[in-house]
Design a protein around this ligand. Sequence first.
Ligand code: HEC
Ligand code: HEC
Length: 494
Amino acid sequence: MQSRCLQFAGLFGVIGLAIATWSTSPSQAEPLPEKDLDWMVPNSGWMTKESDRIPIVFVSRATAKADWEKLPKYWNEVTETTGANAGRKVVKVKLPLGLGVLPPVPAENPMTLGKWKLGKQLYYDMVLSSNNTVSCASCHAPETGFAEPLKTSTGIFGKKGGMNAPTVMNSAYNSKQFWDGRAASLEEQAQGPPGNPSEMFSGTGAAWPDAIKRIRKNPEYVAAFRAEFGTLPTRDAAAKAIAVYERTVLIGNSIYDRADLAMRVRVEEEESAKLAVIAKDYETVLKDAISKKDDSALSALGLTAQAKPAEISTIAKQISEGRELFFGKARCSLCHVGESFTDYDFHNLGIGAKDGKLTEDQYGRVDALPTGHKNDSMIGSFKTPPLRGLVSTAPYMHDGSESTLEAVIELYDRGGNINPFLDSKMRDTNAEDEYLKAKAEGKEWKGEPVSMFSPNGRPVIPFKLKLTTAEKAALVVFLKALQSDPVDPVVASH
Ligand code: HEC
Ligand code: HEC
């Protein structure tokens, strides 16, 4: 705080100097000032005129169907023909089917094409790491679903972190970032890795100030920051630019989404049809994917363009059954809800618990809660991840401990890993109540033996799903049917 105040006191003097020195195009003869590396007051003379900026807007089928249907592809650079902005260029991002809600954008960081390009360049640039060896893409590469195929991350000097890299895909929708939710936004999150000694920071010097000094040595970057933010490169502006890029890393249009649409069409056509997706809808969209040679959707399900009708109908039935289980008997939708299949909340499934005990590094969400607000129910809790890109983001869970989807289903079938803080949604609370009642009445407990108790004395009885082999298989096929189209090449290309 103190340093921030000091910074502010000296700010106008320094800006004055900066403006005097840098009011024309940046010359590399003199080194740039090594001050105000965090944030600067913008100089309007440097900034691209508002009317010349190209805004990026999201268009979803749910909120603007006619406009959405007209857009030919994901990334559309168009000129507005009507309204107050007629004649102005704009990028319209056609949200993939299934994403009806527009990604929230903070008021202080409106989306523009210029910022997006700058953010994209920073995302793939090693300059953010102390020794120019690691970029964001080192751990969140497009080729591996914007996540990492490793159990836990490898960063600078080959150092191992303790966490599995979550995907950046659709992270635009996360209400909190990181497995423990310690960052409130993509802007805040992006400031983490460059200062993290097991990710991008060598541990000597000052992580961010040094990174910004390196960026200021590149005249192209200096020109881009001046144009977009009206400042020299700063930490604030770099974080904003990266976040603008990340907000466009979006996926949808899975077989599941297409079947949902097929169901709506079927209901419109057949008067007696009921508003629910059935195997027939999955069959329709699978056949359609085959005729369009949509390899990515088909290969996620182990299908090829040569698939026989019988094979297609078997898979369609499995997806349909898996869907019923997901929203019913298997209780997945207690936590995996909505368009991204997450409640954005935190739950303890006992991942990382050994012999019923959690180690200190597995406390999760409770560590991120401020002192005075620690909530015992958050001990060992981690963020519910979205489920739209699972085929490309193995291994799974915050510590990468489950290598396959089959293993994930086995974990849920046994009610998670038992520990004193197991989430209430993972527990057989009825059985727990009966146990307490029997004890209170001095009766013998006839259910499964109880070996674990919460600190409040409540027994911990995991909810066993008791799924059959066929049901487990159907759930896995359903998860694969959530696999979305790959990120659009305009966004995913380096
Ligand atoms: C060395 C590997 C590594 C590098 C480099 C790295 N990340 Fe990450 N990233 C991770 C890991 C591991 C996590 C999860 C850490 C945690 O939750 O404590 C993570 C979390 C995230 C998240 C949160 C996603 C979610 O669902 O909560 C985002 C977004 C993200 N990183 C973006 C970036 C950006 C942007 C950069 C570059 C500035 C970057 N990462 C650099 C490994 C890395
Ligand atoms: C009590 C809430 C809850 C329920 C119920 C639940 N999940 Fe999860 N799920 C989570 C949380 C939290 C995680 C991350 C846990 C961790 O890493 O510590 C997770 C992780 C996953 C992952 C790994 C994703 C990744 O990217 O690593 C998959 C797959 C998954 N769940 C599928 C399911 C399925 C299928 C069901 C139903 C059988 C289900 N979940 C039921 C909360 C839940």
